[in-house]
Design a protein around this ligand. Sequence first.
Ligand SMILES: *Cc1c(COP(=O)(O)O)cnc(C)c1O
Length: 429
Amino acid sequence: MGSDNEFNGFQTRSVHAGARPDANTGSRAQPIHQTTSYVFESPDSAAAYFNLQEYGNTYSRIMNPTVGALEERIANLEGAVGGVAFASGLAAQSAALFTLLQPGDHIVASRSLYGGSVTQLKHLMRKLSVDLDFVEATELDQWKGAIKENTKLFFGETIGNPSGVILDIEAISKIAKENEVPLMVDNTFATPYLCRPMEWGADIVVHSVTKFLGGHGTSIGGIVLESGEFDWSNGRFPIVAEPSPAYHDLEFHETFGTFGYLMKLRAETLRDLGACMSPFNAFLIGLGVETLPLRMQQHIDNASTVAEFLNASDRVEKVHYVDYSTPAQRDLADKYLKGSGGAVFCFDLAGGRNEGVKFIENLQLFSHLANVGDAKSLVIHPASTTHRQLSDSELFDAGIGPGTIRLSIGIEDSEDLISDLKNSLDKLN
Ligand SMILES: *Cc1c(COP(=O)(O)O)cnc(C)c1O
């Protein structure tokens, strides 16, 4: 945004942060810099860029102006010092982990995580000799009790996918700080419209921008953001603070201060893993962010209306939405999420697995697919798709019943959404 801080509303920043009229052409919309590389002004400036003595474009695997505009916009909305975008949410998470962990380190993570994140932690991280303990997101004693000498990260989701469990970010960050451990929060389901985890003490925030931030189901992408407040020189993170042999002995923390972690994330991890975001995806996602506040409000209003309808239906055994959850969870929703539980939730059909399949077949407006956070309403029946290899007892352990349906509520008219759900429920006999 301009040089001043006078225009600070969230909607204004969603539209303007990171965007300036193009210096050469005056183009008001964000230009798509579809280029691999950039002509250096001189051999000296080329050397300065590669030495990280000056900040400038070299090669689009590491930075690109269109991707940079998106990074600045989302960092602004989250209250971060900066961000680095990646090819997907899981690429962003891998890079965030790679940058601060070493073999022999230990992670404490919430049990209520996206399935792909569980796999990433359990298998990829263990393959790299990083140890792991899962804890109940809501049990503060478990977070405290799981800490070991070598614990280097706390990780949880603001709103768990798909459980809907809300994280007590402030309380967990307090435990993390007492133990000099950074807290990383996946804020995909809340978005900075509902919650800005850094305001409650989170050190790193990650997103799958594939979901609500992009908002239209067009592009896969991810981002890592940092508060700039964690002390990486506390003696427990030599990988960030000490001279890096992977970058001619640069000391990232000492050289770049609050930007040390992010510089290492970009100049080393993104360089080496190579999972960069394409400029075209950054353009589409940035366009999506312009309407984030308008869409999110409609998403959550619709979600609460639809949850209320389902909760009143005889065909529905239970609705896993915050409005029908425990008083403790409703208090957390009030504190962190404007009273909302987001726009993705599950409900259980009384009739089990066969009814689940039939229910989905009969829907017309809801699309049956494996994504969430689209402007269009989406539905999936985990027991017959993503979790179909599991027995009923294994499903139970994963918190999924044979008749569990996951909805991602879009921005259509809620009357139409309810009418589609009602038609399909009425056809179950
Ligand atoms: C989808 C999702 C991810 C993974 O993101 P991709 O962009 O699909 O790689 C991570 N966390 C949450 C909460 C998600 O919903």
